[in-house]
Ligand binder design. Structure first.
Ligand SMILES: Nc1ncnc2c1ncn2[C@@H]1O[C@H](COP(=O)(O)OP(=O)(O)O)[C@@H](O)[C@H]1O
Ligand SMILES: [Mg+2]
Length: 388
């Protein structure tokens, strides 16, 4: 009995979460292989930069141990708002920018909190499901460094999120980026691109850029991995001051070289997110779901669709394959939308099912053999496409 009740609550939470997520056009997870490369700085300045372009923006700090966003925004005193329906709303920073971190939920700022993986997971889900963000063009998510629970939860909760990978020109950092890119592929996060932070130096006396370290590693790495290079941000001592003073540089010194660099990054991000959408329309990127009954067998009975092999395909190559279970009481379309599947591969589907799926803007691939393994079916499909 208790078990039933619990699953009902969780179902309601999932529903709220999905509703909220569907109102957010682009989700960007800012990540890096290691700390101190300027991830939070980039997240905050990009969020403010996007909001200055008349876009509706949310900024979510999912660092549960040491949230930086409220301080960097100079907004530690701002409170959560209460909506007319009783729900809490994200904190309003400006008419176009809302943000949230764990900070307002903690009894005092010095509280040391120990979070276990599953609690982290539910806290992050609640940040989105229980808090009203309204309609957003962009949600920028600042994750703690590395390849831990937080980025994983974000990827699982928002399968359509993109990763923005921050690096610095130093060799070690670039090695960390490779790790971060591999991690993204493993957890099916599409990579929006790479940003090279602390690239070159802005002289505090004359305000002009000086190249003291080597730069360009980020570009090379992006080329090597076939991902976009989105921009470089110089070392600028004012970044530290503005971070401490709580006024992001892009807003505090809009005429500076560094602010211009952030603006260019913002423009490139807008273009890149539109391109990522276009790649889906043009089928350069596909996420194909295949209902399976076992790893090597396609499930042909729609009543039994429960387990799905999911293939991410870019430029006719399989990037990753994953197996995902649909919740028992979740509808097929709900599930496919949540997974952001672009296609579904079915064995000889009944016409009403096929119609129902295509009405929901998910494309159907049909196979007339149920004996081939899903891997082979996908490989054959890709070979076939290559020929045409
Ligand atoms: N381009 C930059 N120029 C100068 N200082 C920077 C730059 N980017 C970040 N910093 C400083 O480096 C420190 C770490 O940045 P932060 O954004 O907190 O990194 P992360 O979130 O990756 O740990 C901060 O003190 C920040 O002000
Ligand atoms: Mg940080």
């Amino acid at each position: 009995m208790i078990k039933k009740e619990k699953s009902f609550i969780m179902e309601q939470q999932d529903k709220k979460l999905r509703e909220q997520l569907s109102k957010i056009k682009h989700k960007i997870l800012v990540m890096s292989g290691k700390g101190g490369v300027g991830k939070s700085t980039v997240a905050v300045n990009v969020a403010v930069g996007l909001s200055l372009q008349d876009l509706m923006v949310g900024l979510l700090d999912v660092d549960l141990h040491g949230p930086n966003v409220p301080k960097m925004l100079g907004a530690r005193d701002l409170k959560l708002s209460r909506k007319p329906d009783g729900r809490l709303g994200a904190i309003k920073y400006s008419p176009n920018l809302k943000f949230l971190s764990i900070e307002p939920f903690l009894p005092s700022e010095d509280t040391a909190v120990i979070w276990r993986g599953p609690i982290k997971h539910s806290a992050i889900r609640q940040f989105i499901g229980d808090i009203d963000w309204g309609e957003l063009d962009y949600l920028v998510i600042d994750a703690p460094p590395g390849t831990g629970d937080e980025p994983l939860t974000v990827a699982k909760t928002m399968p359509d999120a993109y990763a923005l990978v921050v690096t610095t020109p130093q060799e070690v950092s670039l090695i960390d980026v490779k790790k971060a890119i591999k991690f993204c592929q493993k957890i099916k996060l599409r990579i929006l691109g790479i940003v090279e932070n602390m690239s070159g130096f802005i002289c505090p006396h004359c305000g002009k850029p000086v190249d003291i370290f080597k730069k360009g590693g980020g570009q090379k790495l992006a080329d090597e991995w076939g991902v976009r290079f989105l921009g470089r941000i110089p070392i600028d001592p004012r970044i530290v001051d503005t971070g401490d003073a709580g006024k992001p540089l892009i807003a505090a010194y809009p005429e500076s070289t560094t602010a211009k660099a952030f603006e260019e990054l913002v423009r490139n991000i807008i273009v890149a997110t539109e391109e990522m959408k276009k790649d889906i329309l043009e089928e350069k990127f596909m996420r194909i779901a295949v209902p399976i009954s076992s790893p090597s067998k396609i499930e042909s009975d729609p009543e039994k669709f429960e387990l799905f092999a999911i293939y991410d395909i870019e430029n006719n190559k399989i990037l990753v394959k994953d197996v995902v279970k649909k919740a028992e009481n979740q509808g097929l379309i709900d599930f496919l939308k949540e997974q952001v599947a672009t296609h579904i591969l079915l064995f000889d589907p009944p016409k009403d099912l096929a119609d129902y799926i295509s009405q929901n803007e998910i494309k159907i691939l049909v196979t007339d053999t149920s004996t081939e393994s899903p891997d082979n079916l996908i490989e054959d499909f890709l070979k076939e496409r290559q020929l045409h």
